[in-house]
Design a protein around this ligand. Sequence first.
Ligand code: ADP
Length: 449
Amino acid sequence: MFQKILVANRGEIALRIICACKELGIATVAVYSEADRNSLHVRFADEAVCIGPPRSSESYLNIPQVISAAEITNVDAIHPGYGFLSENANFAKVCEASEITFIGPTAEVIEMMGEKDRARREVKAAGLPTVPGSDGIVEGEDQLAKEATKIGYPLILKAVAGGGGRGMRIVRKRDELLSMYQTARSEAQQAFGTPDVYAEKFIEHPRHIEFQVLGDQHGKVIHLGERECTIQRRHQKLLEESPSPAMDAKSRKELGAKVVRALEKIGYTNAGTVEFLMDEDGSIYFIEMNTRIQVEHPVTELVTGVDLIKAQIRIAAGERLEEAVGEMTFSGHAIECRINAEDPDTFVPSAGRITTFQAPGGTGVRVDSAAYADAVIPPYYDSMIAKLIVKGRDRAEAIGRMKRALEMFVIEGIKTSIPLHRKILADPDFSAGKFDTHFIEKLLGTNGK
Ligand code: ADP
């Protein structure tokens, strides 16, 4: 087992990883930017190294700085969390070259899944159903026209290097095709440094359903059930739950077995998430794979009893899944609300000083956060400041528990998305489990916002 791990992240996930290390008896090193000097991940790590100015490009994304911090403090491994360097294959390679274990899959697999058109081809060959679309990059206008005829309308153009819900364009009719292609390419170039896009059938009313997986370094992969992440705004997840109200035991077993087989074929190691869209008739299609721990991992932890971060660390240290995971039984229902520092009506980020921070507690409530009263939320990073997660014996109990926990969560000094979550939880279609990715638009529309 590792003696010391560097946590290459900030905020709640850095703290979450530090908690797991403490429980495993592993020493920790935090890295931080000048804006994060007073952060809790710095306070609770055994050592901390400042890696640069506030901007992520100069600190949390600065590979030479992170690696120097790891070398100075003599760590055995680096946990990248999510975002920042977590899906950067080059970073995984640099770790390997520096003889530091990267806690995640191999650089080759990160690279494969990071090219979204290639990921589609690979998982299709390994037996997963993919959204009908182009087999690779759409190279030029002739191919574009051919693919559009094959796929039909509406279709969606997606950046090969896309992520975070960005770099997507829907094309509804033939005469928009060329201009949308050009816009998608230039947006992709700007956001991701490459203009390449691929095309997929646009599914009008999908649900987003994803499988959590773990693979060890001995060739074995397991799945830990699915998460429902359909409640999104601008393709960004707001609320997640497990299990999905749209999956039954039979479909879970069938798709779960396919996911496991495909990833064993690919040689997947460590934690990962296989994302699917489900259309109105219940057909399910792969869209992408994330080769890291996800923001929404706690809902899976609550229904399986597995500590996913500890499992990641143990797998990276060479343990077999049987040891790394232990007993796993599915029980109950879990929901997570992402609490963002933003105006709940306009969604404008709301940085600044938190004056009151009173987190709810009691049976079945978990709060993952690095925020506290008097903390200053800097404007430089993601606006998510807390995750409120509840577990109930069934979905109805989890909804009731989440409603009261949201009511008892007091954050003052900045604006947060708590009022939006209260609206979601109060909606009858949400309670009935009847929704698609347009739920939020409809919810805000009917409220005149
Ligand atoms: P990212 O890597 O940016 O998260 P994804 O491929 O995971 O991109 O897609 C993010 C979201 O965009 C999905 O959850 C879904 O809401 C929407 N989306 C993506 N592909 C399609 C599609 N073919 N049809 C309809 N919606 C889609």
